[in-house]
Design a protein around this ligand. Structure first.
Ligand SMILES: NC(=O)c1ccc[n+]([C@@H]2O[C@H](COP(=O)([O-])OP(=O)(O)OC[C@H]3O[C@@H](n4cnc5c(N)ncnc54)[C@H](OP(=O)(O)O)[C@@H]3O)[C@@H](O)[C@H]2O)c1
Length: 280
């Protein structure tokens, strides 16, 4: 299989790539913004698995221009699997190069724009699978469409939670468009996993995440299980639009099942991208 993993250079994405590379039939492309990290990740995977079909593509997925450039670079590729996984938490409000709140830009708009571009360009094969790494953190919050980019009262954790809610709403809506192409779309919660997550934040909050991870987080091996299950299992051949945890379908929050929110998020995302020069 040919597998594209965004954020495949550390944490869950890296561990997933390493595991999938054990199968010598798999060819894997990792995307990340830090080239040094990306090159090292590829070297490590090749060294450990002896699978030489591992490549890295540099790109900042919070940038709309760079997402478009990535899609252009991939114009001739045919993927069996797309894993949208790149994500981050920003305790202080930051904006992407396009002046979009950065959590929303990276955690939601990158999934939305890259997937739509790859589908339009027919880069995902019939029978392919799209897997969106969401989170149980989506619970207990709804989207405020009047302030999608949280210009008021920014709280990094709540903004992260909303971005993960977006992943589930996007999965449900997208699955309606891809069934005629015989492509499934599912999302998942990996659990609280010890990764590099949150380490981009300095100060006390960054330290708290590190401490919590050391105390309570599960190993990468456990956290990546559901992603790998969604890549490999025949049990999910026909399953689409669902949210998984521990390799089982579970119900996301009621906000994540709100069709009106899913429709509105889709329309607003198209509008924001169009305003920034990307017409889908
Ligand atoms: N860890 C958890 O407990 C947990 C729980 C639930 C859900 N998740 C989700 O799991 C996913 C992976 O997170 P992780 O925990 O594995 O974190 P991680 O170790 O920090 O990995 C994040 C990955 O995303 C890439 N990335 C970050 N910013 C990027 C950008 N602007 N452009 C391109 N790539 C970028 C990073 O590569 P570069 O640094 O090279 O850019 C890295 O490969 C996220 O979507 C997160 O929300 C994690």
């Amino acid at each position: 299989m040919y597998i594209l993993i965004t954020g495949g250079t550390s944490g869950l994405g890296f561990y997933t790539a390493m595991t999938l590379a054990e199968d010598q039939n798999n060819k894997i492309l990792l995307i990340g913004s830090n080239k040094v990290k990306g090159v090292k990740a590829v070297e490590e995977i090749i060294k450990k698995t002896k699978n030489k079909k591992i490549k890295y593509l540099e790109g900042d997925l919070s940038s709309i221009k760079q997402i478009s450039m990535i899609a252009k670079d991939l114009i001739k590729e045919k993927f069996d699997i797309l894993i949208n996984n790149a994500g981050a938490l920003y305790f202080s409000r930051m904006e992407s190069i396009d002046k979009i709140e950065k959590t929303f830009a990276l955690n939601h708009l990158s999934y939305f724009a890259l997937t739509n571009l790859l589908l339009q360009n027919k880069n995902i094969k019939r029978g392919g699978r799209i897997i969106n790494v969401a989170s149980g953190a989506h619970k207990g919050i709804d989207i405020d469409f009047e302030d999608l980019e949280t210009k008021k009262n920014y709280n990094g954790w709540f903004v992260y939670k909303k971005s993960k809610l977006c992943n589930i709403l996007f999965t449900r809506k997208l699955s309606k468009f891809t069934s005629d192409k015989n492509i499934t779309v599912n999302c998942l919660h990996p659990g609280f996993v010890k990764t590099e997550f949150g380490k981009n934040n300095s100060g006390i909050l960054g330290l708290i995440i590190k401490l919590l991870m050391n105390l309570f987080a599960i190993k990468l091996e456990e956290g990546a299980k559901t992603i790998i299950y969604l890549v490999n299992s025949n049990e999910v051949n026909e399953v689409t639009g669902k949210y998984f945890y521990k390799s089982q379908i579970i119900e996301p929050s009621s906000f994540a099942q709100n069709q009106k929110s899913a429709d509105r998020l889709w329309n607003e995302s198209v509008k924001i991208l169009k305003n920034k020069g990307l017409t889908l």
